[in-house]
Design a binder for this molecule. Structure first.
Ligand code: OSB
Ligand code: MG
Length: 356
């Protein structure tokens, strides 16, 4: 699916998404899940190809033809596969979609989410120039988004943040570095403190906790972890050593709804706010993100935004829309609450494999 405009982070530029969808059929119901891995192993080690392999050769054979009392039961069965959280999440989440339809409940309700609407922010990529960045911020603020996140990297940080703060002194603003810095940059990162940022996301190593704790002791801006958090153990350790004050939860990165709810619970018990991250998802992953964001600990605006920011035409109907107040309504219908547009999905399909 070609993105309407390229999205650039400290690790690279995405122009077209290559997405693996999982369709699961059980007892007359159909559930959908999305592998949120990037096209290249630059955010984490997973790609659509690794997910295809792990799903085809391990997770699907272990799931097919079995009886499950809850979709969360697959987590235990998937455990022998180390990591590969995004592959696991796609299949587990498709089963959650089925379970919600079977129980005639909105997916958000089934996982314990009660929010009727969720607060939304946007993630703005690295731009060719500061005027283009400011134009983009102005457009999203005017659209009503409650929080602006900008991608930063060495050479694209102080100046863009300064320009945004000068023009928009009041907005909720944060920066995401996707692991572009190291502890050697600590004096430089201290300069971020003057921009009154809500948080700085994953400034250091993609799998690091300890250095983030050292950094957090030296800066006033709260550190938020993204890449480093996959499990409740990761979250507990990060919080205990002071590596972060906020956690971004991505369904794919934590292996699906069971993991996401568990990380959410650990954070909530320790009064660590969480928010829903995004991976440039199609409507299917986006619908799952909306359901997750209805959990009570998701108190900060997330990176879940309108379909039309990404796609000329999404693969679900209705498309995801955002109100002028920067909120998305959590669907009240059973299951995902959005219908996959199967003919459009078929048209976009370049490879398909069925297992019975
Ligand atoms: O770090 O949050 C991230 C996109 C791809 C990979 C990593 C990240 C992102 C985003 C985009 O920030 C969020 C979105 O709009 O989906
Ligand atoms: Mg991030």
């Amino acid at each position: 699916m070609p993105l309407l405009s390229p999205f650039e982070t400290s690790f690279g530029r995405t122009t077209t998404r290559r997405i693996v969808l999982v369709r699961a059929d059980a007892e007359g119901f159909t559930g959908w899940g999305e592998v949120t891995a990037g096209e290249s192993p630059f955010y984490n080690y997973e790609t659509p190809e690794t997910a295809w392999h792990i799903l085809r050769d391990f997770l699907i054979p272990w799931t097919l033809g079995k009886e499950w009392s809850s979709p969360g039961d697959v987590v235990r069965v998937f455990r022998p596969v180390r990591g590969h959280y995004m592959a696991k999440a796609a299949l587990e989440n498709a089963l959650w979609d089925i379970a919600a339809q079977q129980k005639n409940l909105p997916l958000a309700k089934l996982i314990g989410g009660n929010l009727q609407e969720i607060p939304c922010g946007v993630s703005i990529g690295i731009k060719p120039s500061i005027p283009e960045l400011l134009e983009s911020v102005a457009r999203e603020v005017a659209a009503g988004y409650q929080r602006i996140k900008v991608k930063v990297k060495p050479g694209w940080d102080i100046n863009p943040l300064d320009a945004i703060r000068t023009k928009f002194p009041q907005i909720l603003l944060m920066a995401d570095a996707n692991s572009a810095y190291s502890l050697a940059d600590i004096e430089h990162l201290k300069e971020f403190d003057r921009f009154n940022l809500m948080m700085v996301e994953q400034p250091l190593g993609w799998d690091d906790l300890l250095d983030h704790a050292k950094l957090q002791r030296e800066i006033t801006t709260p550190v938020c972890l993204d890449e480093s958090i996959h499990t409740t153990d990761d979250a507990r350790k990060a919080i205990d050593i002071g590596a972060c004050k906020i956690i971004n939860i991505k369904l794919g990165r934590v292996g699906g709804f069971t993991g996401a709810c568990a990380v959410h619970d650990v954070c909530r018990a320790r009064r660590i706010p969480v928010w829903c991250g995004g991976m440039l998802e199609s409507g299917i992953g986006r619908a799952h993100n909306i359901a997750m964001s209805a959990l009570p600990g998701f108190t900060l605006p997330g990176d879940v935004s309108a379909s039309k920011r990404y796609w000329s035409e999404d693969i679900i109907e209705p498309e995801v829309t955002v109100s002028a107040q920067g909120t998305i309504q959590v669907p009240k219908a059973a299951g995902l609450g959005f219908s996959p547009k199967v003919p459009r999905i078929e048209k976009l399909t370049v490879r398909k494999e069925s297992f019975e």
